[in-house]
Design a protein around this ligand. Structure first.
Ligand code: SIN
Length: 291
């Protein structure tokens, strides 16, 4: 653990990415120096978590807005009342009504890549975390480093994807999902297919990341469909190899943020309601056109 010139501490969690940031109280407005250190830690570690936080939706929005404007999600019907930018992610059903969006993160993806300017970051605040009988958490979020995965590609594959784009589509058939979420015509109209570079450059670190997922990409520029789907599957399978992964074990009070330009994620669905209760408040912060 290393102390900074202010008070933040950084404890690495994964092999090459993921870190716990200490000595930060997100219920208070942060001074500029502390925020700059957090921003730098985020660019370096891609997934950062602040443990033992007790924050209100206003606190979460205030902190997230230091990074940029909030996005409104395609599933905004699950937004917290009075907070269009805060989405409730939950499997809890009360009086027959879901308390939040239950199916978020059920396949490997990077958030809202089907938009022209996908969000730079996503932040979850853990309010309820289901537990196993031995007290260990259920519902880990698994992350995979798409930058480590790019670095590990052989030169021939790097040459093949260099300069090519892939098509991302909100309505893509989710091959890896048992019970796909029903999407509406309005959501499809708002989110037409969009092309992004297969190897995107990180806006801060300049490192390249593989920016395709098997379940949200439908084609590759200049390649026939069969060849494109084969390459998309090969690249997507490569990104999520165990050696590129960090699994986050949630604690109530965690505020965790991930960098959508650098990692992909999926939630490990080893929990079910009832009796398991999982509740997260999620915000996403806008990004720029991938290049
Ligand atoms: C998400 O993909 O936004 C949700 C991930 C999670 O609930 O762990």
């Amino acid at each position: 653990m290393s102390a900074s010139s202010t008070q933040i501490t950084i404890e690495p969690l994964g092999r090459t990415f993921g870190a716990a940031i200490g000595n930060v109280d997100l219920s208070r407005a942060l001074d500029d120096v502390t925020f700059a250190e957090i921003e730098a830690a985020f660019a370096k570690w891609s997934v950062i978590v602040f443990r033992d936080q007790k924050i209100t939706p206003d606190d979460q929005v205030r902190f997230a807005r230091r990074f940029g404007d909030l996005e409104i999600n395609a599933f905004e019907k699950h937004a917290l009342e009075g907070y269009s930018g805060v989405l409730k992610i939950s499997n809890i059903v009360e009086d027959g009504k879901p308390l939040g969006y239950a199916d978020a993160g059920s396949f490997w993806h990077t958030d809202m890549s089907y938009t022209k300017t996908p969000p730079r970051l996503t932040m979850l605040y853990a309010l309820e975390v289901p537990l196993n009988a031995d007290g260990t958490p259920k519902g880990d979020t698994w992350f995979a480093s798409a930058v480590d995965a790019y670095d590990a590609l052989d030169d021939a594959t790097k040459r093949t994807i260099d300069g090519r784009t892939a098509t991302h589509f909100f309505g893509a058939k989710k091959r890896g999902v048992k019970k796909p979420v029903q999407v509406t015509q309005e959501q499809l109209d708002k989110n037409p297919p969009v092309d992004h570079p297969i190897a995107r450059t990180h806006p801060v670190s300049d490192r390249k990341a593989i920016y395709v997922t098997a379940d949200e990409c439908t084609g590759i520029s200049g390649l026939p469909e069969t060849e494109a789907l084969r390459l998309l599957k090969q690249l997507s399978d490569h990104v999520v190899k165990p050696e590129f992964q960090y699994h986050h074990k949630w604690q109530v009070g965690d505020v965790l943020m991930w960098d959508n330009c650098a990692v992909q994620h999926v939630v490990h669905r080893d929990y079910d309601f009832p009796p398991d209760r999982r509740m997260m408040h999620r915000v996403t912060v806008n990004g720029s056109v991938p290049f």
